[in-house]
Design a protein around this ligand. Structure first.
Ligand code: PGA
Length: 253
């Protein structure tokens, strides 16, 4: 098995103002003090408007920043949209695409997600492609079928383990405090890796990071991050406070 460097990513969603810089400072304090240091990459995806300000506050540290969504085009007449190139310009290294809130609130299809992921690659950034089943799909026993179809439909040409991370987020686990069992998470992550093997070949699939997301908290991070084929977390609510986010990161110390 390839050794995959874990990634703990915080998705702030529509939360955060200029003052949120204090959370970045607090997070860096935890990191500075930690001994041993966590063996994972750490990423914050704040609202686009404050990304550059937070990056400056992080002051050349190893903390990485990312966007939460982007338009498929590099520029043009698209009022209100932000391109992957703009995220790069602001200092981002990653962009999340296909989050279930985008798929639900903005009716984003796999085709659109694929075009956005392609745009992220075009800009030279890493795409975090989100997939996951709804409660009804899980109840109907269709979880694996759904995530396989989402992977097939959302992965662009030229995808590699370097330019892409997969985030498995069951829709019913996001922001609800509910999580699948560790066994369920392992089952889905292993199916995802199988599907990636089919699409990209074994070597590349083996190197690809697959994150789990959905109600990850300091209290459950240890067991979820220890699950096989789980290479980190995509964290919403618990990433807003440095103390909670650090509690999750500690799964890798
Ligand atoms: P949550 O969100 O941690 O608040 O459940 C996860 C996500 O949507 O990425």
């Amino acid at each position: 098995m390839a050794s995959r460097r874990a990634l703990v990513a915080g998705n702030w969603k529509m939360n955060g103002l200029k003052g949120s810089k204090a959370e970045i400072t607090a997070l860096l304090k935890h990191w500075d003090k930690a001994n041993p240091k966590p063996k994972c990459d750490i990423l914050i995806c704040p609202p686009a408007l404050i990304l550059e300000r937070l990056k400056l506050a992080a002051n050349g540290s190893r903390l990485k920043f990312g966007g939460q969504d982007c338009h498929a085009n590099p520029s043009g007449a698209h009022t209100g949209d932000i391109s992957a190139e703009m995220f790069k310009d602001a200092g981002a290294a990653f962009v999340i695409v296909g989050h279930s809130e985008r798929r639900a609130d903005h009716n984003e299809s796999n085709d659109q997600v694929q075009a956005k992921a392609q745009a992220v690659h075009r800009a030279g950034l890493i795409a975090i492609i989100c997939i996951g089943e709804t409660q009804a799909e899980r109840k109907a026993g269709n979880t694996i079928k759904i995530v396989n179809a989402q992977i097939k439909g959302s992965l662009p040409k030229g995808v590699t383990a370097k330019n892409t991370v997969i985030a498995y987020e069951p829709v019913w686990a996001i922001g609800t405090g509910l999580t699948p069992t560790v066994q369920d998470v392992e089952k889905v992550h292993s199916a995802i890796r199988k599907q990636l093997t089919k699409l990209m070949g074994g070597d590349e699939a083996d190197k690809m990071r697959i994150l789990y997301g959905g109600s990850v908290k300091p209290a459950n991070a240890g067991e979820l991050m220890a699950a096989s084929d789980v290479d980190g977390a995509l964290v919403g609510g618990a990433s807003l406070k440095a103390k909670d986010f650090w509690g999750i990161i500690q799964a890798y110390t």
